[in-house]
Design a protein. Structure first.
Length: 156
C-alpha cells in the first residue's frame, strides 16, 4: 500500500481523474488557521505550482481580522485568481482534496473568489453573500478596502 494513501493524505483515484483532464488544477487546502489556494500543473517528475496565495498574505493588504474565516477565504481565493490571471491562466479545475465542496463554506468562498477574479472554474456555487463580505465579523468596510487593494495588483 502506498504511504500517502495509508496516511490518509492522497486519494489516488480522485487525483488520477483530475490529472486526466490535463487542465491546471486550482488546489484549495484549508487549515485551522489559514486558507491556501494554488494553481498547479502536472509533470511526470513532480507537480509544479505556478502561483498561489494564502490568507496570511492578506495582512499586507491591511487585513487585521482572523485569517480562518469565510471572508478571509474569499479574499485569499480572489488574490490567487488575480495572480493567476496576471500570468495567463484563464481556466482551472477544482482540486479540493479530502474536503467536501458541497459542505465547506470556506472552500466555496475560496472558489467564489477565484471565479470573481476572472478565472473559469466549473463549480456550482451557493455562498452566503453576507458572510462572504464580512457582515458577521463587522468587517464589511475592511473587506471592500482589501479587495480594492488586491484589485490594484492587477494594474501594476
Amino acid at each position: 500500500m502506498l504511504r500517502r494513501r495509508r496516511e490518509g493524505r492522497t486519494n489516488y483515484r480522485k487525483r488520477l481523474k483530475l490529472l486526466l483532464s490535463r487542465k491546471t488544477r486550482c488546489v484549495v487546502r484549508l487549515t485551522s488557521k489559514h486558507s491556501i489556494v494554488q494553481f498547479v500543473d502536472y509533470s511526470e517528475s513532480k507537480d509544479f505550482v505556478r502561483t498561489g496565495a494564502t490568507s496570511k498574505e492578506l495582512v499586507k493588504f491591511g487585513w487585521d481580522k482572523s485569517t480562518s474565516n469565510v471572508t478571509a477565504a474569499y479574499l485569499a481565493g480572489y488574490l490567487a485568481g488575480v495572480k493567476a490571471r496576471k500570468i495567463g491562466i484563464s481556466e482551472a479545475i477544482l482540486d479540493s482534496g479530502f474536503h467536501n465542496p458541497n459542505i465547506s463554506e470556506r472552500l466555496k468562498a475560496c472558489v467564489k473568489g477565484v471565479i470573481e477574479s476572472g478565472i473559469f472554474v466549473p463549480f456550482d456555487l451557493k455562498v452566503d453573500e453576507e458572510r462572504m463580505k464580512g457582515a458577521h465579523i463587522n468587517g464589511t468596510e475592511l473587506f471592500k478596502t482589501v479587495k480594492g487593494k488586491i484589485g490594484e495588483v492587477v494594474k501594476q
